[in-house]
Design a protein around this ligand. Structure first.
Ligand SMILES: *[C@@H]1O[C@H](CO)[C@@H](O)[C@H](O)[C@H]1NC(C)=O
Ligand SMILES: *[C@@H]1O[C@H](CO)[C@@H](O)[C@H](O)[C@H]1NC(C)=O
Ligand SMILES: *[C@@H]1O[C@H](CO)[C@@H](O)[C@H](O)[C@H]1NC(C)=O
Ligand SMILES: *[C@@H]1O[C@H](CO)[C@@H](O)[C@H](O)[C@H]1NC(C)=O
Ligand SMILES: *[C@@H]1O[C@H](CO)[C@@H](O)[C@H](O)[C@H]1NC(C)=O
Ligand SMILES: *[C@@H]1O[C@H](CO)[C@@H](O)[C@H](O)[C@H]1NC(C)=O
Ligand SMILES: *[C@@H]1O[C@H](CO)[C@@H](O)[C@H](O)[C@H]1NC(C)=O
Ligand SMILES: *[C@@H]1O[C@H](CO)[C@@H](O)[C@H](O)[C@H]1NC(C)=O
Ligand SMILES: *[C@@H]1O[C@H](CO)[C@@H](O)[C@H](O)[C@H]1NC(C)=O
Length: 748
């Protein structure tokens, strides 16, 4: 056995204080030229790395709570079977020079080899943050964010890598992506690209992520980080229900409100991969980025490949603190929609009530019934289109976006005018009209498919496997992108449409090449960017068989996404609490549907379903009011007006998970206004239980010294913040299952 001692770490073997190059007001980034070493820091967080003087590789030092100095790694880790790259905590691990862990970047060169040798060449700092060409990303001006760009070059292959690091100090967040430019004379292929890559020190860690399926999204998965690789991926072509492009790492002692945690969130809608690898040293490599099975991206001479961004947040206030940083960053610096901070109209969606079986008069009747209940937005779901292939069931018509003349003989215009005439009960407001579309898909039984059979995603002569009777259009093709932009524009021109639900109901199979998925994503972002830019007044809602594309990529363009096709109140508690780890409740669409629930067969009280749905930004109903009993119909206006009262704080407030449905029979969550002058609590009892008693419900985020008026709408009392947070509320629950309590808190 040979051992080597390659790294003269003693060069760096003392604390090196940051001499600090400070640029105007961009003092969140400092560079010690003697190294150089880089620090992105605010009063609460630090991200530190340096250039190894021998290898010119980037070495990671720290990511987490604020540290005033950089501490070098232990000496003596270099003895072993590998070389300098084996025993180094790397920022941008490439493959082929003795780093035996999973790489962040893997490139095939023209001669066939896949060795990369990136070395540091320099850096730039800028205030603000450049946008990512063709990709969604966080944004901000110079008061919000600063960016460090580190330049690397592989002189064997003439490939450059520019690593972008942006710090958002107010949100304890760092965003990373990189650009690979081919400076050689022949094509290269990017096989693997993980935008986030750090090697954490040897610490006991757990990984939390969200797994699931259709109607079962965002189940919480928390497990130890053990030796070897562990992770998860989507190979479904979309971010998918199976795994969300998010993970958190925290010591086992971290709870919702205490301890440190880091979260990682990929701003991308395509296939992805999260890889966490504990190495012999105990170090933990964390990679998040594109799925190498679906990449193989060719880069021609002079061209650049940009990796989608990963946002990481560091919290010392537990997982709850991490979530609140993501929520406020994503509302203020990811979402471009000007609806993001606005209350959303209570809506009624036709799907669970009428499905495909309707015509203009039955739809107008449903809109009238919605108005009677107090809904201000009426949404016509699937089934309104198709002439030659009328969409009366899910086997035909997708792709043919013209109104079905049998249902709407005069087209959408006069129909929507009729809906617009309806006045909402007890109000002067008129009902707004919303429409469902699924533009990225096609049924073989459609005029579009007969005309353009090559527009669908397919691989040579392989079977074009149907799923829900449909195929995926290949949005990598410009003619497909232009078709979708044109048909959606025509629909929007034809009637007064205020809301669009953009659905997407299958995964991708038989892709024409491994790069087809990313080409699709760039095309899809072009289409959605175009339409949402042209129509900012429209309330856009994403959907993909429920939460199949609940990801930051699409939340850049539209303010909300349908959370799950499972509208059962109990299941929804699990799904919504899980979804809230990275995503703000203000971005969730949540509806009350009829019982027994269509997906689970469970019957829960209307008030319970309404309380669960009121925890989301967008609230509504998915049922036929004429099938409700009178008592329920009479109760709904009150539920809507209560929901509308608390909607502003659900949209703008800080979210605290007080008790998880996975762990407690009495799950609870609250929203607190940014100034802590008002709050709303949602508390639930799943099962009636005599013993043990519920724990006192200790609130969070209030002003300890202030007095709050606590109200459930009919009853009120006054408590101080310290009592509410430290002694806690003792809620008394009736002896019945599926109970809910909503309380508001107003500073006196
Ligand atoms: C920084 O930490 C302090 C003390 O915990 C806290 O009051 C403050 O809100 C934190 N700032 C951010 C941006 O999280
Ligand atoms: C890459 O090539 C361009 C021109 O082809 C040149 O200007 C640039 O300096 C090269 N970059 C590097 C890092 O060599
Ligand atoms: C519309 O549908 C309703 C209910 O199915 C039916 O009673 C009515 O006759 C239909 N109207 C037209 C014009 O087809
Ligand atoms: C309209 O007002 C009446 C009388 O106050 C009330 O009973 C009903 O629930 C209200 N309906 C709506 C939709 O607000
Ligand atoms: C769907 O509609 C088409 C055309 O009306 C019909 O031929 C087919 O049988 C229907 N399929 C189902 C599953 O109802
Ligand atoms: C192709 O897929 C369809 C279902 O999507 C199936 O009905 C058909 O049998 C398949 N054909 C072959 C040759 O496998
Ligand atoms: C949208 O695309 C159309 C057609 O390609 C183009 O004419 C228009 O300028 C684009 N609009 C925006 C806002 O990008
Ligand atoms: C959103 O912004 C656009 C301009 O960017 C404006 O025309 C539109 O009225 C705004 N919509 C709302 C709801 O504020
Ligand atoms: C509010 O609480 C009081 C006292 O517990 C109760 O009688 C009343 O029904 C509650 N009101 C609502 C709207 O829950």
């Amino acid at each position: 056995m040979r051992t080597q001692n390659l790294l003269p770490n003693r060069l760096l073997g003392c604390l090196f204080p940051l001499l600090g190059l400070v640029l105007g007001d961009v003092n969140w980034i400092s560079v010690d030229e003697n190294g150089p070493s880089f620090t992105l820091a605010s009063s609460n967080i630090s991200y530190q790395f340096h250039v190894d003087p021998l290898t010119l590789d980037l070495v990671h030092d720290h990511w987490g709570a604020y540290a005033a100095e950089t501490v070098p790694d232990f000496d003596g880790v270099t003895s072993g079977w590998g070389g300098p790259y084996t025993y180094s905590r790397r920022e941008f691990p490439d493959l082929g020079r003795g780093d035996f862990r999973v790489p962040a970047i893997h490139i095939q060169h023209a001669d066939g080899n896949t060795v990369s040798a990136f070395s540091y060449t320099g850096y730039d700092i800028s205030s603000g943050k450049p946008s990512l060409p063709g990709l969604p990303a966080t944004y901000g001006d110079e008061g919000d964010v600063s960016t460090l760009i580190v330049h690397m070059y592989d002189s064997y292959s003439d490939v450059s890598a520019d690593l972008y690091y942006s710090i958002f100090p107010r949100y304890n967040a760092v965003a990373r992506s990189f650009r690979i430019t081919n400076n050689g004379s022949q094509d290269i292929t990017v096989l693997r690209a993980s935008s986030w890559s750090v090697d954490m020190p040897n610490e006991e860690l757990e990984m939390l992520d969200l797994h699931g399926d259709w109607a079962a999204e965002a189940h919480i998965n928390r497990r130890s980080v053990v030796y070897g690789e562990q992770g998860f991926r989507s190979s479904a072509g979309y971010s998918s229900h199976f795994h969300n492009p998010f993970l958190a790492l925290a010591p086992p002692s971290t709870t919702e409100s205490l301890g440190s945690a880091t979260g990682y969130s990929l701003v991308y809608t395509g296939s992805f991969s999260a890889d966490v690898e504990r190495w012999s040293t105990g170090w933990v490599r964390v990679l998040l980025g594109m799925n190498p099975l679906h990449l193989s991206w060719p880069v021609a001479p002079g061209e650049t490949f940009t990796s989608p961004e990963v946002v990481s947040v560091s919290s010392e206030q537990g997982l709850g603190g991490m979530s609140r940083s993501f929520h406020s960053l994503y509302r203020s610096h990811l979402s471009r929609s000007n609806h993001t901070f606005q209350t959303r109209p209570p809506l009624l969606n036709s799907w669970e009530g009428l499905a495909f079986d309707f015509n203009q008069s039955s739809m107008v009747k449903l809109a009238q019934d919605a108005a009677e209940l107090g809904c201000t937005l009426f949404v016509n779901d699937d089934g309104w289109f198709g002439t030659e292939y009328p969409r009366n069931n899910d086997s035909l018509g997708l792709g043919d976006w013209t109104p079905n003349p049998a249902k709407f003989p005069d087209g959408l215009g006069p129909y929507v005018d009729q809906v617009d005439q309806i006045v909402v009960k007890n109000s002067t407001e008129h009902v707004q009209f919303g429409l469902w579309v699924e533009p990225e898909m096609v049924n073989p039984d459609s005029s579009l498919y007969k005309e353009h059979p090559d527009w669908c995603m397919h691989a040579g002569d392989h079977n074009r496997t149907l799923q829900r009777n449909q195929l995926v259009l290949n949005l990598g093709l410009q003619e497909v992108q232009d078709y979708i932009i044109t048909v959606i524009e025509e629909i929007l021109d034809s009637a007064s449409i205020r809301y669009i639900k953009w659905d997407n109901n299958r995964g991708m199979h038989e892709m024409s090449s491994p790069s087809a998925n990313h080409a699709y994503m760039l095309g899809m972002y072009r289409v959605i960017d175009n339409l949402t830019t042209a129509h900012p007044e429209i309330l856009w809602e994403g959907c993909a068989s429920g939460g199949g594309r609940f990801d930051p990529g699409l939340l850049h363009y539209w303010p909300q996404s349908w959370t799950s096709d499972d509208t059962d109140g109990l299941e929804r508690l699990h799904i919504q609490f899980g979804t809230s780890y990275p995503y703000p409740p203000s971005a969730m669409g949540c509806h009350v549907s009829a019982v027994p629930n269509q997906q689970t067969g469970r019957t829960t009280p209307l008030a319970f379903r309404a309380a669960v749905a009121s925890m989301c930004g967008s609230f509504g109903f998915e049922l036929d009011p004429s099938e409700l009993d009178q008592e329920e119909r009479d109760a709904i206006p009150q539920l809507i007006s209560r929901q509308q009262e608390i909607n502003p704080i659900v949209i703008n407030g800080d979210f605290y998970r007080l008790a998880l449905p996975d762990q407690s029979n009495w799950p609870a969550a609250m929203f607190v206004s940014p100034e802590a002058d008002s709050a709303v609590l949602f508390a639930f009892q799943i099962r009636s239980a005599l013993k043990p008693l519920p724990s006192p419900l200790k609130l969070q985020g209030l002003d300890a010294d202030a007095k709050y008026k606590v109200s459930n709408g009919t009853w009120e009392q006054s408590w101080s913040g310290s009592t509410l947070m430290n002694a806690g509320l003792r809620l008394s629950w009736p002896s019945s299952d599926y109970e809910s309590i909503i309380l508001t808190f107003d500073k006196q």
